[in-house]
Design a protein around this ligand. Structure first.
Ligand SMILES: Nc1ncnc2c1ncn2[C@@H]1O[C@H](COP(=O)(O)OP(=O)(O)OP(=O)(O)O)[C@@H](O)[C@H]1O
Ligand SMILES: [Mg+2]
Length: 249
């Protein structure tokens, strides 16, 4: 189980003043059970990606803790191969001078012990799992469409057999029809690989398609939490505002 206990995070504002801190995350607690998909939904600047970095252990909270099965995620040995991530900016998250084969092998060959032939077989299997043929092995990132690049990013995320994948606006830059294809792929992988997703998005409609539970995030803190099936009946004013703005229901 992944747990966030009372985390807070501030950044230094630019300028010469001392103690010029800007608090981005305020006292956030949440639990992410295995085999569930939780959406973190909020407007731009609400702190979603910052919270995502704390969950991934890339950054350490100023206060509180993020733990996976009781161990702190900012210690690499506890989170390694347990939590993967897929980000919005798919082209820059893939190294421009590496082929898909190298990009995949780099993640798989982490220990340096896996034989080359096995890496190739595994890479082909992984590509098939994300809906790409083996002809993609020789392609460079600039030769991929947005949807194809995100499929490669997903293949990289799943290849270490993680329990959790954090997706930060992972489909937001794609066309609507491609978004649906990637969402369906995520739903398929969730079942076949018993994955849990933390799905960060500004798009409440997309979140309802994928998520069991929704965390509505506002101003660096949790405004409310609810089961997706209860969204249309919510009485939370801010959530209603988001629903009305995005014209759903
Ligand atoms: N490394 C940093 N240093 C200073 N300020 C930061 C840093 N990272 C984020 N911030 C500030 O924290 C606030 C929240 O940013 P964050 O990227 O977490 O929001 P977000 O909800 O992900 O927004 P978006 O939907 O646009 O991606 C912003 O005001 C941002 O400027
Ligand atoms: Mg963000």
């Amino acid at each position: 189980m992944l747990e966030i206990h009372s985390v807070a995070k501030s950044y230094k504002k630019s300028g010469l003043l001392r103690n010029n801190q800007h608090q981005v995350i305020h006292d956030v607690s949440a639990t992410f059970d295995s085999n569930t998909t939780v959406g973190i939904i909020g407007e731009s600047g609400s702190g979603k990606s910052t919270l995502g970095r704390l969950i991934l252990g890339i950054e350490k909270p100023d206060q509180g803790s993020v733990t996976l099965n009781g161990a702190p995620v900012h210690k690499r040995k506890f989170r390694q191969h347990q939590i993967s991530a897929v980000f919005q900016d798919y082209i820059s998250s893939l190294h421009p001078f590496q082929t898909v084969a190298t990009l995949l092998a780099e993640v798989m060959n982490y220990s340096g012990e896996t034989p080359q032939k096995e890496i190739l077989t595994q890479s082909i299997q992984l590509l098939e799992e994300v809906g790409l043929s083996k002809t993609y092995l020789d392609k460079y990132p600039h030769m991929l469409s947005g949807g194809e690049a995100q499929r490669v990013a997903i293949a990289r995320a799943i290849c270490v057999n993680p329990r959790y994948i954090l997706l930060d606006e992972a489909i937001s830059s794609l066309d609507m029809s491609i978004q649906t294809q990637i969402l369906d792929l995520l739903i398929h992988l969730r079942e076949s690989r018993q994955l849990s997703y933390i799905f960060i998005t500004h798009d409440i409609q997309v979140a309802t398609y994928l998520c069991d539970r929704l965390i509505i995030f506002k101003g660096g803190t949790i405004e409310t939490e609810l089961q997706t099936k209860d969204l249309s009946q919510t009485e939370n004013a801010y959530t209603r505002e988001l629903i009305d703005k995005q014209l759903i229901f």
